[in-house]
Design a protein around this ligand. Structure first.
Ligand code: ASP
Length: 314
């Protein structure tokens, strides 16, 4: 197996030293970003293309900012008005982009596996910015960085991921990362929104917020992804909030200072109450966004240079 990974397609398969190396570099970029002293020559002469086939606010913007803070030339492909909309296949798009000699290709796509397919066809380093219900690796890294900075580490923490686990690539990436780094991961949600493979992943499954949140250090609420639902998996959003919405009453089941997280975009009053989301003593949702830029700087930096170090030696 390669010592250095050339792409970032998933968290699954990464080794703890690789994850730690990305978090450590990101940590240094948090401080440099805050003081406005990021090394603008780090990615000078490199081209980054953002190719988002699905909507995004935080992720696309933060990849753009991350690239610019390191001096890269950043291009946002307007997918809605490009040839992709004229029926061009993903592979034709890939070969077009390849001919432009770009160095870093960030892709979000509704199909699980699309970034991996692209990675086989282009010379650029490919970064998965969310593929279907599969993975969203930089989200898990930024979540881990947020937790690590607040709680001092990841080892031994109880992390409860709540809500629509079935459709969540964020949940999948977090399950792999947190388990690899020694946290105890629980998923909490109605049976219709828990994937059948949950137990096989070595995580605890709960269908009740009281039991699932008991003693948790971190409570992560996930968006109800109605755009990915084919049938009626929840009775109504009001009913859903009553049983699974993270409000102050349910948060009280967790540890007294438990962190509240959400990857965004939030559906207030559906999976999370405004009072909890905006509670400055508990919610780290805004900090997650800041960490997102630092993590993406670290990932772009590593992939543009030697790759992700720290894998197993052959
Ligand atoms: N922004 C995250 C994602 O793209 C979470 C969400 O959409 O709910 O997966």
């Amino acid at each position: 197996m390669a010592i250095h990974s050339r792409h970032l397609l998933a968290i699954e398969g990464l080794h703890p030293p690789q994850i730690a190396a990305m978090l450590d570099l990101a940590e240094s970029y948090v401080l440099l970003s805050r003081t406005g002293t990021t090394p603008r020559d780090r990615l000078r002469g490199r081209t980054l293309i953002n190719l988002f086939f699905e909507d995004s606010t935080r992720t696309r913007t933060s990849f753009e900012l991350a690239g610019k803070r390191l001096g890269a030339d950043v291009i946002n492909m307007p997918v809605a008005t490009s040839s992709v909309n004229k029926g061009e296949t993903l592979l034709d798009t890939a070969s077009t982009l390849n001919a432009m000699n770009c160095d870093l290709l960030v892709i979000r796509h509704a199909s699980s596996g699309a970034p991996a397919l692209l990675a086989r066809k282009v010379d650029a380093a490919v970064i998965n910015a969310g593929d279907g219900t599969h993975e969203h690796p930089t989200q898990a890294l930024l979540d881990a960085l947020t937790i690590r900075r607040r709680l001092g580490g990841l080892q031994g923490l109880v992390v409860a991921i709540c809500g629509d686990i079935l459709h969540s690539r964020v949940a999948r990436s977090n399950i792999h990362l947190l388990s690899a780094m020694g946290s105890r991961v629980r998923v909490v949600g109605p049976p219709t929104l828990i994937p059948p493979e949950a137990e096989r992943l070595g995580i605890e499954v709960f269908h009740d917020m009281k039991a699932g949140l008991a003693g948790a250090d971190v409570v992560m609420a996930l968006r109800l992804q109605q755009e990915r639902m084919t049938g009626g998996l929840v009775p109504s959003t009001r009913e859903y909030f009553r049983f699974f919405g993270l409000d102050a009453e349910k948060l009280a089941y967790a540890k007294p200072q438990a962190l509240v997280m959400h990857p965004g975009p939030m559906n207030r009053g559906v999976e999370i109450a405004s009072r909890v989301a905006d509670d400055p003593d508990r919610s780290v949702i805004r900090e997650q966004v800041e960490m997102g830029v630092a993590v993406r700087m670290a990932v772009l930096d590593m992939l543009a240079h030697a790759g992700i170090p720290g894998g197993p030696r052959p």
